[in-house]
Design a protein around this ligand. Structure first.
Ligand SMILES: [Zn+2]
Length: 321
């Protein structure tokens, strides 16, 4: 959890602005601008009222030279200039980068600002560069779909551990263990069907389907190698211990399926391929396929009532290759 400290009073803000002669600064905003514990960035006078109702209970307010953005998780941070333009192009707080977690800092005219899922750099030359953790195969926020292969396509995760004869990344494995323990405490048992699959293994599966049914049909039932979430080590297929409805849509009606749908987010998992979202995800309903994204993203997706990871991150639909 990130907490923000209380900011100076309005009186102090006015005093500081009079002393500095530059108008309000981000640090010395009034109470309605929330608080800011980051470095002081001059935003000038406010040009509009505070606008709340942003994702996860956030608020923003426009100033002459930028915007102040606040959320309960990240506190209050100023965003301005070319970095703000680039952030807006990414979808601002509802896009791939999420909320700012610090003010921009500059060295020798090169400025950088960090966000929940990445950073934006504006070089002295004027060029802006966006780094996104959703592009990083080793990050729990990575997005893999038919439009977004793993980079590199032969990526192998580190820290794979054994889980019921399958492998998962250690962070996903310990979260899954907590999920299974909590389900068991509610009298619901589940077992692990499938975890990590290597590029080579996925290639074998996919090529078998192509040989059997042709590529068009194969693409509807199996991911191409380098495009499978199972290759990240963050995806797991679960089943009921008695095998009822294994890898079938009716798994949603089993005790394990219902428990997972209601509780997976508490442990950082999402139902990655929900019902009726194949135009976005590229896959039909898979109530058994859980994807570890961490509790921040999973909790936010759940509380915001957003169906897919693509929609949550402002990414284009990936119905096909
Ligand atoms: Zn799966």
């Amino acid at each position: 959890m990130r907490k923000s400290a209380a900011g100076p009073s309005l009186l102090l803000a006015l005093t500081l602005s009079l002393i500095a002669g530059t108008g309000f600064t981000a640090q010395a905003g009034n109470a309605s601008d929330r608080t800011n514990d980051g470095p002081s960035i001059v935003l000038g006078a406010p040009t509009g009222p505070e606008n709340c109702g942003l994702r996860d209970g956030g608020c923003s307010r426009e100033y002459r030279y930028g915007v102040m953005v606040w959320s309960p998780e990240t506190g209050s941070q100023p965003v301005r200039g070319a970095i703000r333009t680039a952030w807006a192009a990414e979808g601002a707080e509802s896009g791939g980068l999420g909320y700012p977690v610090a003010a921009q800092t500059c060295t020798d005219g090169n400025c950088t600002q960090t966000f929940e899922r990445g950073a934006i750099t504006r070089a002295r030359t004027g060029e802006t560069t966006v780094q996104r953790t959703i592009d990083n195969a080793a990050d729990a926020a990575v997005v893999v779909n038919k439009q977004r292969p793993l980079n590199p396509v032969t990526y192998v995760p580190e820290n794979l551990v054994n889980v019921e004869g399958q492998q998962l990344r250690s962070d996903a494995a310990s979260a899954l263990q907590q999920l299974k323990d909590a389900a068991a405490a509610d009298g619901v048992a589940m077992r692990v069907m499938s975890g990590y699959r290597s590029y080579e293994k996925q290639a074998g599966l996919y090529n078998n389907y192509v040989a059997q049914y042709g590529q068009e049909v194969a693409d509807t039932i199996s991911a191409r190698p380098g495009h499978s979430e199972h290759q990240t080590g963050l995806a797991v297929d679960i089943a009921s211990p008695d095998g009822t409805c294994s890898l079938q849509a009716c798994f949603k009606d089993t005790a394990a399926g219902q428990w997972a749908a209601a509780n997976a987010h508490r442990f950082g998992f999402i139902i990655r391929y929900p019902e009726g979202a194949s135009e976005t995800t590229g896959y039909s309903y898979e109530p058994w396929h859980l994807r570890y994204v961490g509790t921040d993203i999973a909790g936010s997706i759940h509380s915001q009532g957003i169906a897919t990871l693509e929609e949550y991150l402002g990414l284009p639909p990936a119905s096909d290759y």
